[in-house]
Design a binder for this molecule. Structure first.
Ligand code: G
Ligand code: G
Ligand code: MN
Ligand code: NA
Length: 253
């Protein structure tokens, strides 16, 4: 309960911070995008991981205000990097279920894009497989969002209850293979069979693929052989603060 009280004032007190993790094209080592991840540090409760405070924000309804802050901040920052002359990259924002189910979402996002001047094609929204809405409603919402010109990625792909049903029914642009499939990836394993099959399927469905949680050269090598183009994970970089991004972009180049 205490946490909710502090969370309520966190935006006003500027206690939130975004960190960014690169999505890398493995054939060129170029950063093509950055996923932003929310961090919260409060004097009284200390560091609270997002898995905890986002659940509280969802229950209390604070997620709308917090989520809007994240979207605005990510778009503003990406536009700023572009104006500073960095190569254009997309920024990926995680959406929680309550945000997704809010009928004002596409209007809010349209306003944020307008206000920050970020071209919609540089914004990506990550949704998970647990939207818990009817497929038809979710398809309507996604349709409206895509009309704005942005892209939709399915996060943690493969771990939900209806991954394939979602792919069939919803207009996705990308799947992000959950890191549990990537850990210790080696030929001949069940995980390897699943990952290579996901890649084949995605190709035929015209979906981009990002493999998440890549930590080792070995995992990267197997992914390369299966024709995976984009990865994200500690092998390249942890999520880092804004002031480290430019440094990191030069290092990877
Ligand atoms: O950064 P990582 O530590 O620990 O993230 C943990 C979880 O929190 C992930 O599932 C991630 O998607 C989620 N998360 C991080 N930032 C945000 C955010 O801004 N909004 C939402 N809804 N989820 C987020
Ligand atoms: O659920 P989502 O995919 O949005 O959250 C990504 C989470 O995965 C974040 O908590 C991020 O810090 C974490 N993460 C990103 N790359 C790696 C990695 O290579 N290894 C591990 N263990 N976690 C990672
Ligand atoms: Mn994500
Ligand atoms: Na994920």
């Amino acid at each position: 309960m205490d946490i909710e009280l502090y969370l309520r004032h966190a935006i006003m007190k500027k206690e939130f911070n975004l960190v960014y993790q690169p999505v890398v094209d493995i054939s060129t080592n170029c950063v093509v995008g950055l996923e932003c991840l929310l961090r919260w540090d409060n004097d009284n409760v200390g560091y609270v991981p997002p898995s905890e405070f986002i659940a509280i924000a969802e229950e209390s309804g604070l997620i709308h205000e917090i989520g809007e802050w994240v979207l605005r901040e990510a778009c503003r920052q990406n536009r700023k990097w572009q104006l500073a002359g960095l190569p254009p990259m997309f920024v990926a924002v995680n959406l929680s279920r309550k945000q997704f189910n809010d009928c004002r979402l596409s209007g809010t996002i349209a306003a944020i894009l307008e206000e920050t001047g970020l071209e919609p094609k540089y914004l990506e929204l990550e949704i998970t497989e647990s939207l818990s809405v009817e497929a038809r409603l979710a398809a309507d919402t996604l349709g409206k969002l895509k009309e704005l010109g942005l892209r939709i990625a399915m996060d943690d792909f493969g771990t939900g209850y209806s991954s394939l049903g979602y792919l069939r029914d919803l207009p996705m642009d990308k799947i992000k293979i959950d890191q549990s499939f990537i850990k210790g990836l080696q030929h001949g394993q069940v995980n390897a069979i699943i990952v290579s099959t996901m890649l084949t399927m995605a190709k035929q469905l015209n979906l981009a693929v990002v493999a998440e949680g890549v930590e080792t050269e070995e995992e990267l090598q197997v992914l390369r052989e299966y024709g995976c183009c984009f990865v994200q994970g500690y092998y390249y970089s942890k999520p880092v603060e804004v002031r480290h991004i430019e440094e990191m972009l030069y290092q990877l180049a």
